[in-house]
Design a protein around this ligand. Structure first.
Ligand SMILES: [Zn+2]
Length: 180
């Protein structure tokens, strides 16, 4: 047992205690194993060890996320891999800053409800990424999808009339992509 002076009362000695601390959130509980505290034998104050605080903070955030019905970091990683994107690439496409997905996956930050919903849609319909992505990574290479920017560039080389006519031929649905 490590013992040191209590800085709060200045009288007692601190005794290290390792336990499986149980936390509750919305009626559900989660255990944090190896939770270290230092308790004073005089004033009764307990100080939580720094490493334990960090570790439990992460566990609790993930637990909260799960109870509240958000995708876990692991699940987000799976969806990202399914889309064949790096953390930086998906962050760039879906927004939230370049480090956002690194943070969602590590559990440091919980995604917004809107991002969570979007990820669930992408999990079910991965090709939807092409509607959002600026460079249409897969289909564009295979020549299946034409960028609307490229398409309008092509069209504008022709006369204004045929351009308008061509525009009417396809239903871009107000979206960015035209799938051939
Ligand atoms: Zn004390």
């Amino acid at each position: 047992m490590e013992r040191s002076e209590c800085l709060i009362c200045g009288l007692g000695k601190l005794t290290k205690k390792v336990s499986d601390n149980v936390f509750e959130y919305k009626g559900k509980s989660v255990a944090v194993p190896g939770y270290v505290t230092y308790a004073c034998d005089v004033c009764g104050e307990a100080i939580v060890d720094n490493a334990s605080l960090k570790k439990s903070g992460k566990i609790l955030k993930n637990f909260q996320r799960e109870v509240d019905g958000f995708l876990s970091g692991e699940e987000i990683k799976k969806i990202r891999k399914k889309l064949g994107l790096t953390q930086e690439e998906i962050s760039k496409i879906l927004g939230g800053g370049l480090k956002s997905f690194a943070r969602y996956e590590s559990g440091d930050v919980c995604q917004s409800r809107a991002m969570d919903n979007l990820l669930r849609i992408l999990d079910a319909y991965p090709s939807v990424i092409n509607l959002i992505s600026e460079d249409f990574p897969n289909e564009a290479k295979q020549g299946k999808v034409v960028y609307i920017k490229e398409y309008t560039k092509k069209c504008s080389r022709k006369s204004e009339y045929s351009y308008l006519e061509k525009r009417e031929d396809i239903d871009v649905g107000g979206d960015l992509a035209y799938g051939a």
